[in-house]
Design a protein around this ligand. Structure first.
Ligand code: BYC
Length: 335
């Protein structure tokens, strides 16, 4: 399997860039990591640690922002006022998550405008999962249950990430993701208790989202270029495959409650391992999506660009208002 533009694996140590910082600074950084404590924005840190955080946190922020699109598409078509209100609240939460994460990334010295430019110019990654279409109402259930479910499994360990602002942002995000997952499960539960057509719609959505949601955890460990270093720095706590396995083990009993099946003939309990076995994922498809050739990549980016351009007048008005308020404050102080 090849992920587009593969990176050379980093050497695995707490401090990578030899010669950086003073002996004291490096020793302090290493001891904070070894003691499983937090690095804060003003602390000295190796530049590779900073770059890794900016990479992961900005990709995460972009995922939240792009991730609003498949669901926002259903706000005007939600089947009831109650469903519309819940969906609006969820999409609004995703915007909030994006903003906390951009703010946390800013504490590392990379501004939101820079990150936004990278996103709209197609130079930044965001989660592969948001390049798949959401053609039916049941997709809202499948996204909540599977996509937010995978997000929780991936993100709960990030509440213990070594960089303080990231870890703290994740605490609130995880609480909200938990509500998101339950609302998805509840949509599917209601559909599965409905007509045959509704049951088929729910099953079809789960068939389409199952494998992509497992790919959210990233490539297999052997192909994961960043994992070893990120784990040495206590940014990641578990490997991609460990979390993927945890997710599958969590899903199977929930699927039984729903009366839904997964499109994987190899899915079976393995007594010896104490885990569910599951089939190989289509990593060529994953590579295609990462290379920008997934079903919705072009549409998602274009919509983000359009929204950014459409919002220019709001940014200009806010900046003009801020200038005016500042000028009035100066005049008031002089008077
Ligand atoms: N999609 O070395 P690896 C949400 C890239 S939003 C795209 O294992 P790492 C939600 C990876 O970036 C949830 N790219 O990487 C929002 C790397 O490329 P670069 C988003 C992926 O970082 C709205 C290369 O593949 N969650 O829940 O150690 C509505 C090699 O991978 C993906 C986060 O962002 C992917 N799936 O581990 C509803 C969580 N996987 O950068 C829901 C935070 C891998 O070297 N991020 N790549 O060019 C992480 O935990 C980690 O970054 C990952 C990847 C586990 C995703």
């Amino acid at each position: 399997m090849t992920v587009s533009e593969p990176r050379t694996p980093h050497a695995v140590s707490a401090v990578t860039d030899a010669g950086e910082g003073t002996d004291e600074e490096r020793a302090l950084f290493e001891s904070v990591i070894a003691d499983d404590k937090r690095i804060e924005p003003r602390d000295w840190m190796p530049s590779a640690y900073r770059r890794t955080l900016v990479r992961q946190m900005s990709q995460h922020a972009h995922s939240e922002i792009i991730g609003m699109q498949p669901e926002a598409n259903w706000i005007t078509r939600a089947p009831s006022l109650k469903r519309k209100a819940i969906l609006m609240a969820k999409v609004q939460d995703e915007a909030g998550h994006g903003l906390y994460l951009y703010s946390a990334t800013e504490t590392l010295g990379t501004g939101r405008d820079v990150l936004n430019d990278q996103l709209i110019q197609g130079k930044a990654r965001y989660s592969s999962i948001f390049n798949y279409p959401a053609p039916t109402w049941a997709d809202m259930g499948a996204i909540g249950w599977l996509v937010d479910g995978a997000a929780i499994v991936n993100q709960v360990p990030l509440c213990r990430a070594s960089f303080g602002p990231y870890a703290r942002a994740m605490v609130r995000i995880c609480k909200e993701e938990s509500f998101h997952q339950r609302q998805g499960f509840e949509i599917l539960l209601e559909l599965m208790q409905g007509t045959l057509a509704q049951q088929e719609m729910a099953q079809d959505a789960v068939n389409r989202w199952f494998a992509p949601s497992l790919m959210m955890f990233g490539p297999p460990d052997a192909e994961s270029t960043n994992s070893a270093q990120s784990m040495a720095w206590n940014i990641k706590r578990f490997s991609n495959d460990e979390l993927r396995q945890r997710f599958v083990d969590m899903l199977v009993p929930q699927a039984e409650v729903l009366g839904i099946t997964f499109p994987d003939p190899e899915l079976a309990w393995n007594e010896e391992r104490g885990h569910y076995d599951f089939g190989e994922l289509d990593w060529d498809e994953f590579a295609e999506v990462l290379a920008g050739r997934g079903p919705c990549n072009a549409q998602r980016l274009q919509r983000r660009r359009d929204a950014h351009n459409d919002g220019a007048w709001v940014r200009e008005a806010a900046a003009a208002y801020a200038r005016k308020t500042a000028a009035r404050a100066v005049e008031g102080a002089a008077a």
